[in-house]
Design a protein around this ligand. Structure first.
Ligand code: HEM
Length: 407
């Protein structure tokens, strides 16, 4: 199969569905360039992406398996990728290291453990609705800032014991990591500086003020056995789980609100019980997955998939949005939001050994927040119509602001 010249991925993610369709027209696995010109391969079909994710010859460890890893430090325009490949946690490791790092955290997020968080999620949801009630009826508010963002943010901060004085800095750090619109060295440097200050501040605070939280628990593991968790792994694991633990769910809730307000027939169907809230959530994850594509995976050896050979050492982008919109899997109307199709086979939480550990929590938060919002404001209305802006990222897939009229 002939391989077309590399296609530059839009660092702003301004039209992720259109970009996925254009890449798919070029073939099942397409050569792309990430911001700053980083070369990678993008699978464009559901079946191709799933096969690559599940292939044991595909690694997530850049230190072991990326032929260009040594060049990142040399190239100022590549600095942004350090936020993904310069960290050591379960998302960027392979084999035994991955198993070890995942086992430290995953047991805290099983469905059973998550169920115990429900009361707090309901209480925070109630508080946020009460805060929205302080606006006069008919006021226009940003529902991302006022509802979709603070619920997962407050919940993950409680779980990890992040004190009030570090919460805004944590939010800014995660937003800066997700923002891929500026591949310049200053942005990359500023993120590295924030990682180097915010997380050590959290660790120092929890060492002084231990509590019944997951940071305190991880500090105990580090102190008891540095072989199980090094200082660097501790810092980068906190960054991953706190970041993934709220930003993704912010976009799940926000994307669901917009999808339902744009499709009154779908909102009526879920209100009448004709479709379930779980079906709505799965459909949002399929059509508008919180992570559109994730850097990076690496070919451990030459891998031929659907007629294309990815050479050993090359990088692969994990393209969840393209998979969710694949007409081969979901038919010609794949890009359309329709909760009645019952597509719960999406890959939005990943699959295989790296599948999301926080899926039960994210689902429970959305399952709590969405019906509560639509019950509380039965006449909620989207003000911006088609003019909503995507967060400036090809990784995160969500709305920057969600202006709604409260009724
Ligand atoms: C709508 C919400 C969420 C979405 C769409 C999502 C999506 C994903 C995806 C696609 C992966 C797999 C990455 C890969 O295969 O490369 C993943 C992994 C992960 N997620 Fe989530 N996530 C969400 C919520 C959460 C929450 C609430 C947490 C925190 C508790 C979390 C923590 C993690 C962690 C730690 C991993 C790494 C697992 C590993 O590499 O073994 N996620 N997530």
């Amino acid at each position: 199969m002939t391989v077309s010249p590399p296609v530059a991925i839009d660092p702003f993610g301004a039209d992720i569905p259109g970009e996925s369709a254009r890449l798919r027209a070029l073939g099942p696995v397409v050569a792309v360039e990430l911001p700053g010109g980083i070369p990678a391969w993008a699978p464009t079909r559901y079946s191709t992406l799933k096969a690559l994710i599940l292939d044991r010859r595909v690694s997530k460890d850049p230190r072991l398996h990326w032929s260009l890893f040594g060049e990142v430090a040399e190239n100022p325009a590549w600095g942004w990728i350090l936020n993904w490949v310069g960290v050591v946690n379960m998302l960027s490791t392979y084999g035994a290291d991955h198993t070890r790092l995942r086992r430290l955290v995953a047991p805290s997020f099983t469905a059973r453990r998550t169920e115990k968080m429900r009361t707090r999620v309901e209480a925070i949801t109630g508080d946020l609705l009460a805060e929205l009630d302080l606006h006069r009826a008919g006021a226009v508010v940003d529902l991302r800032a006022g509802y979709a963002h603070p619920l997962p943010m407050r919940m993950i901060c409680e779980l990890f014991g992040v004190p009030d004085h570090l919460r805004n800095a944590t939010g800014r750090l995660v937003a800066a990591i997700i923002d891929t619109s500026d591949p310049g060295p200053e942005h990359a440097l500023s993120v590295q500086e924030q990682i180097g200050t915010v997380l050590p501040a959290l660790i120092a605070y929890k060492a002084e003020t231990p509590g019944d939280d997951l940071t305190t628990e991880m500090l105990r593991v580090r102190d008891e056995d540095g072989d199980r968790l090094s200082e660097e792994e501790l810092l980068h694991t906190l960054l991953l789980v706190i970041g993934a633990g709220f930003d993704t769910t912010v976009n799940l809730i926000g994307n669901a609100v917009v999808a339902l307000l744009r499709r009154p027939d779908q909102l009526a169907a879920v209100r009448s019980g004709a479709v379930s809230w779980d079906a709505v959530i799965d459909e949002v994850l399929r059509v508008h997955p919180s992570i559109a594509s994730l850097p990076l995976r690496f070919a451990v050896e030459d891998i031929t998939v659907d007629g294309v050979t990815i050479p050993a050492g090359d990088a692969i982008l994990t393209t969840f949005a393209a998979a969710g919109h694949d007409p081969e899997r979901y038919g010609p109307g794949a890009a359309e939001f329709d909760a009645r199709r019952g597509a719960d086979d999406h890959l939005a939480f990943g699959v295989g050994v790296h599948r999301c550990i926080g899926a039960p929590l994210a689902r429970m938060e959305a399952r709590t927040a969405l019906p509560a919002l639509f019950d509380h404001f039965p006449g909620l209305e989207l003000v911006a119509g088609d003019g909503l802006a995507q967060v400036p990222s090809f990784i995160a897939y969500g709305w920057r602001e969600i202006p709604v009229r409260l009724r």
